[in-house]
Design a protein around this ligand. Structure first.
Ligand code: PFF
Length: 454
């Protein structure tokens, strides 16, 4: 297993230090703002529990099977998100999906770094005791911050600087070491907050909104949103699992890995919902308030809590860390590609990719303030980046991924890779049926439906 380096000579491919390294890094990527920030607000906009149910369906039917396949591609191909396709099926055009993945990661990180920068700022505000105030003007504080022409940019650049520094350290020293420390802490914090939120007065109204389905709220755009959220939250079809899988050991149990990642990702999203919706209804906040939801609801909740200032520090640390580990993975996919494609050193590739993404990301930040008047397809620049990457490109890349696994590489090839070194592939026949027929059909129907064709 070797990779060509910047001098053009072969060197051993980077590898995770332990078996757990892959799992921690992969869950670190999956769990992020998508669970804590995006999930609650798309559930809020999608009408609550019915949306959650459809989301769950997509995660199980589409998420798990595609995840198994995507990791296999990386472990078999042992290269970046594009070249792995080429190794498996030379002389075919499937590798084009790799280009789409690189574009997706580029676009997601451009807008993701905006919100990650907000989380960074809120963490520092909380740490310095400036976040929780008795006048509760959290909405004004947040609006004032994100519309300011300078402040959010500074935090976005700081955040990207940190991401670049970690990715420059490489997979073992950089990415793995950080994830090992940070991921377990996150779970403990969330559990405490779930208990707190469930004990608020009127918690049951929020729980009802989150857990009792009302299917009249569902239409074609909410179904597309649920599909996009499933891909986004799992970091699916972004080439992430190809890239991280390419650093994994050949004896890892892929179905178990995939199941574990999906389970943990779901648990965090559900916990975020269990925390936020009781609080939203308790404080009379509008569940449809969009991207602001987390940044307004939580400070309000902490104001009334004993040790609220400490909880605020801990919580925003959590949001910040979750965002950081996902941002790292987004940059890593681009870096692995640039490094191998242009035979550059990791350092040069990281700095160049990081700088370009930061510059593009500034336009996303400014679209909340000075550039808010610019709209395309009725969306601001930020909303457009989110929409195109999550609801158009991700499901499209997922469709190509399913077609590659089912009809290009073919299920027998995937089975051979999964079963390497005696590992099992439970429910292989079901997997194969889902990948070949069910997943492509579902995605195509949802696309046609949202375009109004059917
Ligand atoms: N899954 C991440 C989250 O839920 O925040 C976001 C993400 C990371 C999407 C990496 C795509 C990706 F490749």
């Amino acid at each position: 297993m070797s990779t060509r380096n910047s001098n053009g000579s072969l060197e051993p491919r980077e590898q995770w230090g332990t078996k757990l390294g892959f799992m921690l890094a992969a869950t670190g990527s999956a769990i992020g703002l998508g669970n804590i920030w995006r999930f609650p607000f798309v559930v809020g906009e999608g009408g609550g529990a019915a949306f959650v149910l459809i989301y769950l369906g997509f995660v199980c039917l589409i998420g798990i099977p595609l995840l198994i396949g995507e990791i296999s591609i990386g472990r078999k191909g042992r290269a970046n998100a594009m070249d792995s396709y080429k190794t498996i099926k030379p002389k075919s055009k499937w590798y084009f999906n790799g280009y789409i993945s690189i574009l997706i990661n580029f676009m997601i990180l451009s807008f993701y770094s905006v919100v990650a920068g907000w989380a960074f700022y809120y963490f520092v505000l909380a740490l310095t005791g400036q976040l929780i105030t008795n006048d509760r003007s959290y909405e004004n504080v947040f609006e004032g911050f994100i519309t300011n022409p300078f402040m959010p940019i500074i935090w976005q650049i700081l955040l990207m600087g940190l991401v670049v520094a970690i990715v420059m350290g490489g997979v073992k020293k950089g990415i793995e070491k950080w994830n090992n420390i940070l991921m377990p802490t996150l779970f403990i914090l969330l559990i405490i907050l779930v208990f707190r939120s469930l004990s608020l007065e009127n918690a049951h109204i929020g729980l009802q909104f989150f857990l009792k389905p009302d299917f009249s709220a569902i239409n074609s755009s909410t179904i597309l949103a649920a599909l996009g959220q499933a891909f986004f939250s799992l970091s699916l079809a972004t080439g992430l699992y190809v890239t991280y899988g390419s650093y994994s050991r050949s004896n890892s149990n892929l179905p178990a890995n995939a199941g574990g990642i999906v389970f943990l990702d779901l648990v965090v999203a559900i916990m975020a919902g269990l925390i936020i919706f009781p609080a939203v209804f308790h404080y009379g906040i509008d569940p449809q308030s969009g991207p602001d939801l987390v940044f307004i609801t939580f400070p309000t909740m902490f104001t009334d809590m004993a040790f609220g200032t400490i909880f605020a520090v801990v919580f925003f640390f959590f949001v910040f860390v979750a965002a950081l580990t996902s941002a790292i993975s987004l940059l890593e996919v681009v870096v692995a590609f640039v490094k191998e494609k242009f035979l550059m050193s990791r350092k040069a590739a990281t700095i160049i990719a990081g700088a370009v993404i930061t510059v593009v990301g500034l336009f996303c930040t400014l679209s909340f303030g000075p550039l808010s008047h610019i709209t395309i397809l009725d969306r601001t620049i930020f909303e457009l980046f989110d929409f195109i990457s999550a609801e158009v490109l991700l499901p499209f890349a997922g469709l190509i991924l399913a077609l590659f696994l089912g009809w290009g590489w073919k299920p027998a090839g995937v089975k051979e890779e999964v079963e390497k070194e005696g590992n099992p592939f439970p429910l292989f026949k079901t997997w194969s049926f889902l990948i070949k027929y069910v997943i492509p059909i579902i995605i195509i129907v949802i696309f046609l439906d949202s375009l109004g064709v059917i």
